[in-house]
Design a protein around this ligand. Structure first.
Ligand code: DC
Length: 217
């Protein structure tokens, strides 16, 4: 069993940036479980399935294989053997992932893969249910959050920098809605594990958050 660091929290809290840095500094493997949900979501979209069509989503889980690999230290997601990493951040894929990740069959499909990686390697794994469900005995559990306003501002700045047109109020509204959906779903809802350390990054720099996590290790 490797050393396990579980980082959970809502969308836009900075989990992946922070988890990648902690992993790099410690020489651990960074595992982005959201990308696995996005890989499965892309499979459902490729099959033309409607996000509300639970029956077809469950059916489509039967003939799909998600695997992960690393290229130059960067996690890659393979969907039935094809590297689909470049498509995972598309808006449509994110929406499908958000809806389909509430379905038990979808979560079961990925649970064993996530646990297997953590059995073999020292990992920093980020997601929504790592400390509560995937790795309940993780050595360190962090619940990383930030206010809706802060998270919306970070996302807004990212989009503006990428030259995209966007509306701050709309982004804030989307984030609040996604929080609500992630926190109120029946299966593996987003919540802080009792033994997780809460870090609110609203007024912290990236370096400060990384140091706060390293103090727990
Ligand atoms: O972190 P992300 O935005 O890439 O995750 C995509 C979706 O997957 C998100 O809506 C929540 C879901 N997810 C999940 O349910 N459980 C995880 N461990 C990781 C992500």
């Amino acid at each position: 069993m490797g050393y396990q660091v579980a980082i959970d929290g809502p969308a836009g809290a900075g989990k992946s940036t922070i988890a990648k840095l902690v992993a790099k500094r410690k020489g651990y493997i960074y595992v982005d479980t959201g990308a696995m949900y996005r890989g499965l979501a892309l499979h459902f979209l490729k099959k033309g399935i409607d996000p509300e069509d639970i029956k077809s989503i469950c059916e489509a889980c039967k003939d799909v294989e998600i695997t992960i690999g690393y290229e130059n230290g960067q996690q890659q997601i393979y969907l039935n053997g094809e590297n689909v990493t470049g498509r995972l951040r598309e808006e449509e894929v994110g929406n499908m992932a958000s809806l389909s990740s509430g379905i038990p069959q979808v979560r079961e499909k990925l649970l064993e893969l996530q646990r297997e990686i953590a059995r073999k390697e020292n990992v920093v794994m980020d997601g929504r249910d790592i400390g509560t469900s995937v790795l309940p005995f993780a050595d360190v559990k962090i619940f990383l959050t930030a206010s809706v306003d802060t998270r919306a501002r970070r996302r807004y700045n990212e989009l503006v920098e990428a030259g995209e047109k966007c509306d701050f109020a709309q982004i804030a509204d989307d984030i609040a809605k996604r929080d609500e959906r992630d926190m109120t779903r029946d299966v593996s809802p987003l919540r802080k594990a009792e033994d997780a350390v809460l870090i609110d990054s609203s007024d912290m720099s990236i370096e400060e958050v990384v140091e706060a996590i390293e103090k727990q290790m």
